[in-house]
Design a protein around this ligand. Structure first.
Ligand code: FDP
Length: 356
């Protein structure tokens, strides 16, 4: 088509179809699931973009299971995601960050083989919506073995290392769909004129540099000593690697993560030592992003354990998260380890407590 400017490109659809051809025995369900997430995200994207016009900005007046106020768009995005999987025979169940309990679907008479579990955070970073800041959807897919039975909690409480796929959609200056099935990380940008996700970032690798450092630094006094040491070290700029590192914190996890993935940067949300609480959810936020970062050549840790190795004990479990380039995450883990050893040694050198 001379002069039209047209050239062949991959869309999310064609890319998934090509991926599927690698597995001739595949039933196509998994591919279909990914496509459905793509469709749902287009609907959410449209809602996010029209938020002001549709008068859906502002609070719904209800609270979610973490006692946080739900913005209206949280509720809408949650409904869209739930409706997306409801009718799919090979989805055994879903879990959403917005609801305490998982939803299990009864097996149908035509269901054969394993079914899938889908977990999602329908609209992450939603406290920023009123300010027109980028927000996102995060999802992951697990296998639930034994298709002919009802899914149980144990099917949901699987470590991140068992994820078959994970991804996120960022609703920003453009909408992007980023996912991995364990064969690299690929990003697709939504072309609003055509309504298709177009392959724009194939085989994403996190750059081996620390351009940005992202944390809510107002929490510094509440962090533990190794975390403060790590942050002090980066901020001191003694190390040439950190001479140009900038502080960048949006407070919208998908947006912070996406920027760091593309530019090279570390994100951290450590434990609040004053309360002993963590903020980010293992199953809905940390696990999926950990799979993506590892597929992109980076790492994710709690400081003491690889995020993908943490087996959730409950659906809404939270963990500390440090995620980014391999070098920064390894340095952080080393600082935690050194601290643990030295404080253990300090404790051991103290005289034993005497009885009253
Ligand atoms: P939000 O409360 O707006 O939904 O886990 C939720 C989250 O945002 C993340 O997206 C974000 O990284 C984090 O909380 C921000 O927390 P702080 O406001 O405590 O920095």
């Amino acid at each position: 088509m001379a002069g039209s400017g047209w050239h062949d490109f991959d869309t999310l659809e064609s890319f998934i179809a090509k991926e599927q051809r690698r597995y001739p025995e595949s039933r196509g369900v998994f591919a279909d699931l990914l496509r459905r997430v793509g469709v749902a995200s287009k609907v959410i994207s449209a809602k996010v973009q029209k938020a002001g016009l549709l008068d859906v900005l502002g609070k719904q007046g209800s609270k979610n299971v973490q006692d946080e106020e739900q913005a209206k768009l949280d509720v809408i995005a949650n409904e869209i995601m739930k409706a997306t999987f409801h009718w799919m025979p090979l989805v055994g169940g879903i879990a959403t960050e917005e609801e305490e309990d998982y939803i299990a679907y009864p097996p149908r008479s035509d269901t054969e083989g394993d079914r899938y579990i889908v977990c999602f955070d329908p609209l992450d970073g939603s406290s920023n919506i009123d300010a027109n800041v980028s927000v996102g959807t995060i999802f992951s897919i697990h296998r639930a073995e034994g298709g002919s039975r009802m899914c149980e909690e144990k099917d949901f409480l699987q470590p991140g290392s068992k994820q078959l796929a994970a991804g996120y959609v960022i609703y920003g200056s453009s909408t992007m769909f980023v996912f991995t099935t364990g064969h690299g990380v690929h990003g697709f940008t939504l072309d609003p004129e055509v309504g298709e996700y177009v392959l724009s970032h194939e085989g994403i690798r996190i750059p081996d540099k620390c351009t940005c450092f992202s944390a809510n630094e107002a929490n510094y006094p509440k962090w533990d000593e190794p975390t403060r040491r790590f942050v002090d070290y980066v901020r001191s700029r003694e190390d040439p690697r950190y001479q140009k590192t900038s502080s960048r914190y949006i407070g919208s996890l998908v947006a912070d993560f996406h920027r760091n993935l593309l530019y090279g940067g570390v994100f951290m949300y450590p434990t609040n030592q004053a309360t002993g609480e963590d903020k980010l959810r293992l199953m809905f936020e940390c696990g999926p992003l950990a799979m993506i970062i590892e597929q992109a050549g980076g790492l994710a840790t709690t400081g003491r354990v690889r995020i993908l190795d943490v087996r959730p004990t409950d659906m809404q479990q939270t963990v500390p998260l440090v995620i980014g380039p391999r070098r920064e995450v390894e340095l952080y883990e080393k600082m935690v380890r050194d601290f643990d050893i030295s404080s253990g040694a300090r404790r051991a050198s103290l005289p034993p407590p005497t009885a009253e």
